[in-house]
Ligand binder design. Structure first.
Ligand code: AMP
Ligand code: MG
Length: 411
């Protein structure tokens, strides 16, 4: 009987993440996309504003522009300025009728909203309030100053960023090309929903759930996904599938088969085509993780193997694959800052590994714990709205403040 290989030491998550990110190169090439279509993409250049926003002092109310020095008095209306029109200098001893967004005429130093003005017979206007200097005037450049960098390279674009880029005149944006990912599931026990009815499931079979959430996690990250289906637990089939997947993709992502059991064929298969390291990461759920490269004529295709247990797969994707995919696009600062929230539960028996508990915010502002934290229980990920980051060996007593990462920040 042969003795099993010695277990490699567990690696702290932060160290493994740094190591992984250092391998996310070369960065993907840049392309130009319409600002309309740039949501979720990563900028490859700083965007500097060619103009002030707003471009002129303008009114934030419908009302009257005036000179404070003319008050108090009933004043005639000398011009009417709507948004999009030009303003003449304000004649002394008069007011200008003005509307929201319209340029403030030279010489005016305050706006009075129309509710605070009374139009008298004959058309003169009586100002009922006592305005202060600058009131209801939006200053030129108060949002963006000409020449300022408003968005930085490495920043991931979301709806507000698209609006800001448009406000400084960009209809096209320089972004990293989408990451091309080949997705594979391993495991002879896997069957696809729709192909086998629940009542016809053979003994030992389970539905392939990882394929569904991994695909949608990748799509949400803006990847182009080739879903290559299920690979049987067989060395030859695995080598063949991986060799094919390596073509025309930046990354191959698999789930399952990365432990060191006899039915785990990922390691020898990737090694036959390139290089692979199995990492044992000191986190729970999600200990086994593999990073490798498959050699190509020009360069290489990255390989990441996630654990098969659904919750392990889900959590390691969020903690490791997500930052890797963003970094391939030159992304920076993709680690969400955790919130400190009070535990509304006790956790007296901590693990040696750093744990990411599935928890949910309650209406009292505290965190409830999902009762079953097993790495196979996908209902925990559905019930939860975040992960609680628990240090190795850390006991939790009700009321302790702990770092909480909302799932919404990771999806
Ligand atoms: P493995 O890492 O291949 O040893 O798989 C660990 C556990 O995860 C086993 O119970 C597998 O049946 C399960 N598993 C592996 N792949 C999937 C998948 N795609 N969907 C659901 N469960 C899976
Ligand atoms: Mg397996």
């Amino acid at each position: 009987m042969s003795t099993p290989p010695a277990r490699p030491p567990l690696r702290p998550l932060d160290e493994a993440l740094q190591d992984l990110l250092a391998r996310a190169e070369p960065a993907l090439p840049e392309e130009s996309v319409s600002t309309f279509d740039a949501d979720g993409r990563v900028l490859t250049q700083n965007l500097r504003s060619p103009l002030d926003v707003p471009g002129h002092d303008n009114s934030s109310m419908d009302g009257y522009a005036l000179r404070l020095a003319d008050l108090p008095a009933d004043l005639p209306v000398s011009q009417r300025i709507a948004a999009g029109s030009a303003a003449a200098p304000l004649q002394p001893g008069s007011v200008a009728r003005i509307f929201t967004g319209a340029p403030v005429p030279a010489g005016a130093d305050a706006i009075v909203m129309q509710e605070d003005a009374l139009v008298l017979e004959g058309g003169r206007v009586q100002i009922k309030a006592s305005p202060t200097a600058g009131q209801w005037i939006r200053q030129r450049g108060e949002d963006v100053a000409r020449g300022a960098v408003v968005l930085r390279r490495g920043q991931r674009l979301s709806p507000a960023e698209l609006g800001l880029a448009a406000s400084i005149g960009f209809d096209q944006l320089p972004v990293a090309r989408r990451v091309r990912v080949a997705l594979l599931s391993t495991g002879d026990e896997l069957v696809m929903p729709g192909q086998v009815a629940p009542e016809a499931m053979p003994p030992g079979a389970i539905y392939n759930s990882n394929r569904f959430f991994l695909r949608s996690l990748l799509l949400r990250l803006g990847c182009e996904v080739s879903d290559l289906g299920i690979v049987p637990d067989d060395r030859q089939a695995t080598v063949q599938a991986l060799g094919q997947a390596a073509q025309a993709h930046d990354l191959i992502l698999t789930s399952g088969g990365v432990s060191v059991g006899e039915e785990d064929h990922i390691k020898p298969a990737v090694q036959a085509l390139g290089e692979l390291q199995l990492w044992q990461i000191a986190i729970k759920p999600g200990k086994p993780f593999a990073y490798g490269r498959i050699h190509q004529d020009q360069g290489h295709t990255h390989f990441i193997g996630l654990p098969g247990n659904p919750v392990s797969s889900f959590v390691t994707f969020l903690l490791l694959v997500r930052p890797f995919v963003l970094r391939l696009q030159g992304g920076q600062g993709h680690r969400p800052a955790p919130l400190k929230l009070p535990a509304h539960f006790d956790w007296p028996k901590p693990d040696k590994r750093r744990e990411f508990l599935r928890v949910r915010r309650n209406t009292e502002g505290g965190l409830d714990l999902f009762a079953n934290q097993s790495s196979g229980v996908l209902t925990s990920a559905v019930w939860a709205d975040g992960l609680l980051d628990v240090a190795p060996g850390q006991r939790i007593a009700r009321g302790d403040l702990l770092p909480f990462i909302p799932l919404s920040e990771l999806l």
